[in-house]
Design a protein around this ligand. Structure first.
Ligand code: KIV
Length: 254
């Protein structure tokens, strides 16, 4: 792992309380290049690519081969941002497997890796961090568990749920993560977690200004996947309509 990757992750960790962290997903070279040139801090090659790029119903179909292909493309388009590659489901079932696959993502061009879950992942996070690879945690709604949970549910609604998420976040913090995604955590709980933790929280679906930064799926931001738009999405463009109109005009010209 290069010292540059570690320095970039450390810079983001230290920005807690100083500066908000802007993160977006990216899955290909041109998008990565555009987002990096726009000054986005962190490009997440999320396993959401399974849905918004590969057409699967959820992230449980994503493999290491998919991730390596897309991490390499994003890394080619990036200069400054921290590139994080998601470890897909069943690629980190033991500390040794987690480290082996984290190293493969790094070899493909990732600066850091992300995995889902708290207490039960702490040993794996530590193995990866001890090898010099920065790790991004992910708590709250865990999309890789969507089938067991029977859908995408809001988290942190009760005091007991807050305590359980906090315990998981603390385990990740102690294992050495540089930041933690909070997904679909109710705003008041996300805010409490942000206040309690020493590492930055990066929110998605947690309300406005409850976390140290935000992450959005790029297709939600640019209107690139019109068939499903999460209720918390704040589209800033409508590229699906632009593409459809361009195709109709092109057909008319042919
Ligand atoms: O896969 C992904 O894009 C993610 C974000 C939703 C945080 O994990």
């Amino acid at each position: 792992m290069s010292t540059t990757s570690q320095a970039k992750a450390e810079r983001l960790r230290q920005s807690k309380g100083q500066q908000k962290i802007a993160c977006l997903t990216a899955y290909d070279y041109p998008t990565a290049r555009l987002l990096d040139e726009a000054g986005i801090d962190l490009l997440l090659v999320g396993d959401s690519l399974g849905m918004v790029v590969l057409g699967y119903p959820d992230t449980t179909h994503v493999t290491m081969q998919h991730m390596l292909h897309h991490v390499a493309a994003v890394a080619r388009g990036n200069t400054n941002a921290l590139v994080v590659g998601d470890l897909p489901i069943h690629s980190y079932d033991s500390p040794a497997e987690a480290l082996e696959n984290a190293q493969l993502l790094v070899d493909a061009g990732a600066d850091a890796v992300k995995l889902e879950g708290g207490v039960r992942q702490a040993e794996k996070v530590k193995a990866i961090v001890d090898a010099g690879i920065p790790v991004f945690g992910h708590m709250g709604m865990l999309p890789q568990r969507v089938l067991e949970e029977g859908g995408y549910k809001k988290k942190g609604k009760s005091e007991a749920e807050y305590e359980a998420i906090l315990e998981g976040c603390r385990a990740l913090e102690n294992a050495g993560v540089f930041a933690i995604v909070l997904e679909s955590v109710v705003p008041a709980t996300a805010q409490r977690l942000t206040e309690q933790l020493s590492v930055p929280t990066i929110g998605i679906g947690c309300g406005d200004n409850t976390c140290d930064g935000e992450v959005a799926v790029i297709t939600d931001l640019v209107g690139g996947y019109p068939w499903f738009v999460p209720p918390f999405a704040k589209p800033q463009a409508n590229i699906s309509s632009d593409i459809a109109q361009a195709a109709v005009r092109y057909k008319g010209q042919v």
